[in-house]
Write a protein that binds this ligand. Structure first.
Ligand code: FAD
Length: 426
């Protein structure tokens, strides 16, 4: 059952002093001295992958841990909405892999092209094959353009999504500055599940905070594939107060699903309506990465089914899947969730290598959303794997209320971001 209580109360209920206690592996595992010389490969150097590597190194100091990541620098999605709205420089999104290398974690910057689960081998872009004892997949998402008629067959390349950070973040930023005076920005938002459920609404808020100064007659139209959205009350209250009349939300109930997009005229067609944009931001539906899908790790949902006790794939032995790519029941797809899942997965791999029983650990997702550069709202979910029903259950879900101090929450957002980056990348 979901109850609405304070975060302090939740932690007290669980008998835990704070999130550090929730997220840390058991001391017995950290100080284990008997770790085998295991070969553990991690696919993806995003939040899930790097956290797994760092925590595995603590659990299994002698193991050979390798991350395979195609990009030389990590560009963050969290805080990218601040960059899009021109409140932060792009470079602040970068994280480097040097601190992981200093811990003795090997990082290979290349792409994995295939996985041979039976022979426990992965093949790299170069054709080289690497063996593994355990494989942890944290490859993130792919964008499903085939789900939006009008954008398939490569036509989407003319569109801005900015849902994978990098050059798309800069493209979106430029498009905001090119919005004509009094023009309309349309953002299409996919049905759930997708990466960062409150992300589109944070983006709308931060763009509004910029346009209020540079283009006060501009409009932001959100065309949503859902009937409701994460932190809806908090966002809508903030929009009324801070940007009256600027942001309009069109729900699935009002106009039905997205029908198609006419890129040549920048027009979004829903089941019952039609809207022309001056600037278009299309956030498409998503699925687990191409690598996971092509190697038999996804089911009909498009995501990777896992046993949430240890994040092992239910479709392939000795392979774990964490982060956005996996189906973790009620847990949203976020960097915070990927980081928590990584810690549970690392502890579980260590326990199995030491022939120790698995201790059930609560998983946490704490998600801040900026409604302006100076104000934020948040939501906290706590989840626990139910051994009898073999699924992750929500223990509590708490949202900030109208009386919460949004300025204090914004300060916490910025502090969280810095600490979180360190916890992941060192
Ligand atoms: P990713 O971070 O996507 O990492 C996957 C990595 O795998 C990538 O680096 C990719 O290059 C690599 N990879 C994939 N395939 C291969 C291959 N074949 N070979 C080699 N490498 C490969 N979350 C929060 O918690 N808080 C926030 O405030 C927040 N804000 C967000 C704002 C926006 C605008 C967006 C879009 C997302 C936001 N998120 C936020 C969500 C967060 O970014 C994701 O949930 C998170 O990145 C998921 O981590 P991951 O490790 O699963 O995947």
């Amino acid at each position: 059952m979901i109850t609405h209580v304070s975060r302090r109360h939740i932690l007290k209920q669980l008998g835990l002093a704070g999130t550090a206690a929730l997220l840390s592996p058991p001391a017995s595992a950290i100080f284990a001295s008997t770790s085998k010389k295991a070969r553990i490969l991690i696919v993806g150097g995003g939040y899930g992958g790097v956290t797994t590597a760092r925590y595995l190194k603590r659990h299994l100091p002698d193991a050979a841990i390798t991350i395979i990541e195609r990009n030389p620098i990590h560009v963050a999605c969290p805080a990218s909405n601040l960059v899009i709205a021109g409140w932060r420089p792009y470079i602040t999104l970068f994280s480097h892999y040097d601190n992981l290398a200093r811990l003795g974690i090997r990082i290979i910057h290349t792409s994995i092209t295939s996985i041979d689960a039976a022979r426990r081998l992965v093949e790299l872009d170069s054709g080289e094959k690497l063996p593994f004892d355990r494989l942890v997949m944290a490859p993130g998402i792919q964008l499903d353009w085939n789900a939006i008629p009008g954008t398939e067959n490569g036509r989407h390349q003319q569109l801005a999504h900015a849902w994978i950070a990098g050059h798309q973040t800069l493209l979106m930023q430029r498009m905001i500055t090119s919005l004509p005076a009094g023009g309309t920005l349309i953002m299409t938002i996919p049905p759930s599940p997708y990466r960062c459920p409150p992300g589109p609404y944070e983006r709308a808020s931060l763009i509004a905070s910029r346009l209020r100064i540079t283009n006060p007659r501009a409009k932001i139209l959100l065309i949503d594939g859902k009937k409701s959205f994460s932190k809806q009350r908090g966002f809508m209250a903030a929009w009324d107060e801070l940007y009256p009349g600027m942001i309009e939300w069109i729900s699935l109930e009002q106009e039905g699903p997205l029908d198609h997009i006419d890129i040549s005229t920048q027009t979004v067609h829903t089941a019952f309506g039609r809207h022309r944009a001056d600037v278009l931001n299309v956030i498409p539906p998503q699925r687990a990465s191409q690598l996971a899908a092509a190697n038999g790790l996804t089911d009909a949902s498009g995501w990777c089914p896992v046993d949430t006790a240890d994040f092992s794939s239910t479709l392939a032995p000795d392979i774990h899947v964490i982060g956005d790519a996996c189906q973790a029941g009620p847990m949203p797809k976020s960097a915070f969730a990927a980081n928590t899942q990584a810690k549970v997965c690392a502890a579980a791999i260590s326990a199995s290598m030491h022939d120790q029983p698995l201790t059930p650990t609560p998983l946490i997702n704490h998600c801040y959303s900026l409604v302006s550069p100076q104000q934020a709202i948040s939501i906290t979910g706590i989840y626990l794997h139910d051994n009898e029903q073999h699924q992750l259950k929500t223990i509590s879900l708490t949202e900030s209320t109208r009386s919460d101090d949004r300025t204090a929450e914004a300060n916490q957002t910025y502090q969280w971001y810095e600490h979180f980056r360190q916890d992941c990348f060192g």
